[in-house]
Design a protein. Structure first.
Length: 48
């Protein structure tokens, strides 16, 4: 089963520590989605 994988990362605001990452695995032969994942990373900052 030949599966193609796409990943994308998008920064949230101006921080390099907060972002959303997506991953898609797609079977082009059967024309169906194999897997899909969304991950959001957020780091809390200390108030100064």
């Amino acid at each position: 089963m030949p599966v193609e994988t796409w990943t994308k990362q998008k920064l949230l605001e101006e921080s390099l520590e907060d972002f959303i990452m997506t991953r898609i695995d797609f079977d082009r032969v059967q024309k169906k989605l194999v897997s899909f994942c969304v991950l959001q990373i957020h780091s809390q900052r200390e108030s100064k």
